[in-house]
Ligand binder design. Structure first.
Ligand SMILES: [Zn+2]
Length: 97
């Protein structure tokens, strides 16, 4: 497995800056027992938070289901989220229907 020099690997995942997406981060102390990191490119400090919410693949799946005619309520039931969560994850609110 190849990683860029200067990047931090945690549990097999490369840490990315939450602001600019750079892999050039380094450990910068602890906050409430959580490891804090700092970005070499933009200086942003952040902690490694666990990913919340559905993955991009699942969001894309929801969009494809909607395009293919399923109702928001049905998609929400299939994906075990609220109808509002489906709406917030979709770009459909930008479309004129
Ligand atoms: Zn950054």
């Amino acid at each position: 497995m190849f990683f860029m020099p200067g990047c931090v690997v945690v549990a097999g995942f490369v840490m990315f800056c939450t602001k600019c997406g750079s892999e050039s981060v380094f450990k910068s102390g602890f906050v409430k027992d959580e490891q804090r990191y700092r970005c070499r490119d933009c200086g942003r400090q952040f902690v490694s938070t666990r990913h919340k919410g559905k993955s991009e693949t699942e969001k894309l799946t929801a969009i494809l289901l909607y395009i293919n005619g399923l109702s928001l309520r049905t998609i929400a039931r299939l994906m075990r989220v609220t109808t509002t969560a489906i709406l917030m994850g979709m770009p459909i609110r930008h479309f004129e229907l």
